[in-house]
Design a protein around this ligand. Structure first.
Ligand SMILES: NC(=O)c1ccc[n+]([C@@H]2O[C@H](COP(=O)([O-])OP(=O)(O)OC[C@H]3O[C@@H](n4cnc5c(N)ncnc54)[C@H](O)[C@@H]3O)[C@@H](O)[C@H]2O)c1
Length: 264
């Protein structure tokens, strides 16, 4: 299916690793030119090189999404290199898993700053440009935790729910400029970070790994399709939503990519 993404320009935050990397690769495979924005320089450069080595066009800009001046630098660099910005994917995320009763206030800040302020910062930084061109597509990565709640993810769920509400309201505000705003909610997704964590647990603490496997088996019962997601599952939805040709009448929506884990 032609998505007509050739020569579109997309910024993907947190694109050095995990889902962000898969999203950047997916957009590049469709011919889009990609700005890889990540706080981790080594991962960001490696992800960019991989896209370029596969024949895509990409550039890396280091930035912490929670820092407004760094976000502005990414947008300036994108415009300097590619002249326009068509797609923004707010993907970078942070989480601290602990009960709300025990969690210290400092742990609230990183989650609110990266997830919610990061999304607001990048959206604000591209919006005037998109409004002036009367076109644009903003996709933010939420989480099923925001839709159904998860113990030990209270602050995280709150930040993601804020993103979903922001998405709906902004979609109503900027639809008249031809700008579409949507959110994609993954559930448990087997990104590299998780695979590496499992590998090291298996090597270093077999008993803990066995208990973890049991826990995962139980968790899997909540997935009607009988499997956890892969980064590419989420990337496929984001790339589709980025297409004005195929998803041009979709805005203000929250779409879960989750093997049926949560159905709301
Ligand atoms: N993996 C899951 O199971 C899962 C489930 C639901 C939602 N999500 C959401 O999906 C998104 C991607 O998650 P993931 O699992 O791929 O994460 P990941 O940890 O695998 O990768 C995150 C990337 O974001 C970058 N990053 C982190 N903080 C940043 C910051 N302040 N500024 C710029 N870059 C930053 C990291 O360097 C890394 O490259 C997040 O928003 C996360 O909340 C993930």
């Amino acid at each position: 299916m032609d998505l007509a993404l050739k020569d579109k320009v997309g910024i993907v935050t947190g694109a050095g690793w995990g889902m962000g990397k898969a999203i950047a690769e997916g957009l590049a495979e469709e011919g889009a030119r990609v700005v890889v924005a990540d706080i981790d320089e080594a991962r960001g450069i490696a992800a960019t090189k991989q896209i370029v080595d596969s024949g895509g066009e990409a550039t890396f800009v280091r930035a912490d999404v929670s820092r407004w001046s760094e976000v502005q630098q990414v947008v300036s660099a994108a415009l300097e290199r590619f002249e326009h910005i068509d797609i923004l994917v707010n993907n970078a995320g942070a989480w601290v898993m602990e009960s709300f009763a025990k969690m210290q206030r400092e742990s609230w800040d990183i989650q609110i700053n990266v997830n919610y302020y990061g999304t607001l910062n990048f959206t604000k930084a591209v919006l005037d440009h998109m409004i002036s061109r009367k076109t644009g597509c903003i996709i933010s990565i939420g989480s099923d935790a925001a839709r159904i709640g998860e113990p030990t993810q209270t602050i995280y769920s709150g930040t993601k729910a804020a993103i979903l509400a922001f998405t709906r309201s902004l979609a109503k505000e900027v639809g008249r400029y031809g700008i579409r705003v949507n959110a994609v909610c993954p559930s448990l997704t087997r990104v590299e970070r998780r695979v590496e964590m499992e590998e090291s647990m298996r090597r270093e603490d077999p008993a803990k790994f066995e208990a973890y496997q049991e826990q995962m088996k139980k968790a899997l019962r909540l997935y009607p399709l009988g499997k956890f997601g892969a980064p590419q599952d989420v990337a496929n939805m984001v790339v589709f939503l980025a297409s004005d040709l195929r998803a041009g009448h979709i805005t203000g929506q929250t779409i879960s990519v989750n093997g049926g884990y949560c159905m709301v």
